[in-house]
Design a protein around this ligand. Structure first.
Ligand code: FE2
Length: 374
């Protein structure tokens, strides 16, 4: 009796409570021009800046916001700099998946105690708007999780950043928050990283996809989804699986040079409007063969949207026991075939679109072939 109660009590204690994603920081070759792209094409608002004009000598960073999504684009001011090295090796990519916490010191201690590799000891940063405490640990590849404690801070972003006045007028496309962030890891490493998230960060395994679920004639991958205690932070982890030709995950690893963030899924309450807006502004999405739409409703049942509208925009549909979802994937947003975005609208469904994997991966393979990487 006592043992059972003890187990129950241990199970409910979340040693790493997360309020959600704080921000995602990219290391870029030219953050000024990338910031223009995210403002103009994606409708993010430039809210803060740090760089030479604000007393930061070694880098320039642009903070972009839409709904609750915050992206930071950073570039190095010289070649003897971690950002320049990162860009040289990986191209532009995600460096920090930063998590919003109430206690960055405890988050650091609890995870390091369980085996996390420390990157930044809990450190207080302050300016006239108050203070934040930030700590950081390593995850896959060169990606880092920062823990950001900001309850005593009222500035535009973090100490050292200045509010941007007279930024470009932007038209948001309806992005509300980050739904999930996917990591690609090396062959045979998926389970190690799932174990890292379970043991070190207290996440739970939510879903598993094996190569039977996710394979086409040529390429295959395996995927497991981990989620934190309250379910607000979800990290699917992919690894390549044996196929006849090169898996899309291998292509990513070849070009990124290590494990890293593959895609970021952004949630909208109206995917038809969001995708139409993005297409009008030149964002390119993966093409789905029109025969996908011939029998999709047999698979997913009744939906509120007009199927012709979805077909026109190439939006995919899937259903699970809780409801359905609508989703679409951009082509890689950089020259290296690495990072891309997903736009997702959830209508009850809590899953990730397993029913679309085949159509999607055939489409990715066509793109790989065009790049000469299949
Ligand atoms: Fe996704």
């Amino acid at each position: 009796m006592q043992t059972t109660e003890l187990t129950k009590a241990t199970e409910v204690v979340d040693f790493l409570p997360l309020n959600g994603t704080d921000h995602i920081e990219f290391y870029c070759g030219n953050a000024k021009q990338s910031a223009y792209y995210y403002q103009h094409a994606w409708g993010y608002e430039l809210i803060a800046y740090a760089g030479p004009e604000t007393g930061v000598r070694e880098k320039a960073s642009y903070v972009l916001k839409q709904g609750k999504v915050i992206l930071v684009l950073s570039t190095a001011m010289n070649s003897d700099n971690d950002i320049s090295k990162h860009v040289l090796e990986h191209g532009d990519g995600v460096k920090y998946l930063s998590l919003w916490v109430d206690d960055a010191t405890k988050s650091f201690e609890e995870t390091v105690k369980r085996g996390a590799e420390a990157v930044l000891e809990p450190t207080k940063f302050e300016d006239e708007h108050g203070y934040v405490v930030v700590s950081a640990i390593k995850t896959y590849g060169e990606t880092v999780h920062k823990f950001v404690e900001r309850s005593n801070y009222s500035g535009p972003f973090l100490p050292g950043f200045k509010k941007v006045e007279n930024a470009m007028k932007v038209k948001p496309v309806g992005l509300k928050h980050i739904d999930h962030c996917v990591g690609n890891v090396e062959l045979g490493k998926m389970n190690d990283w799932v174990k890292f998230y379970e043991d070190v960060m207290g996440f739970k395994l939510l879903l598993t996809f094996d190569d039977e679920d996710i394979s086409t004639e040529y390429s295959a991958l395996m995927s497991k989804v981990v989620s934190n205690g309250n379910g607000w932070v979800k990290f699917p982890i992919n690894e390549p699986a044996e196929g006849k030709k090169k898996s899309q995950i291998e292509e990513y690893l070849d070009f990124y040079g290590t494990a890293g963030v593959q895609h970021i899924a952004l949630e909208t309450p109206n995917i038809l409007e969001t995708v139409q807006d993005l297409r009008n502004r030149g964002i390119e999405f993966l093409h789905v063969p029109s025969n996908y739409y011939e029998d999709v409703l047999d698979r997913v049942g009744e939906i509120e949207e007009n199927i012709d509208d979805l077909r026109k925009l190439n939006i995919l549909i899937d259903r699970d026991q809780d409801g359905y979802l609508l989703q679409i994937f951009t082509k890689p947003v950089e020259d290296r075939p690495t990072l891309f975005f997903e736009i997702i609208q959830r209508k009850g469904a809590k899953s990730f679109g397993k029913g679309n994997f085949k159509a999607l991966f055939e489409s990715i393979e066509r793109e790989q072939e065009l790049r000469g990487n299949l």
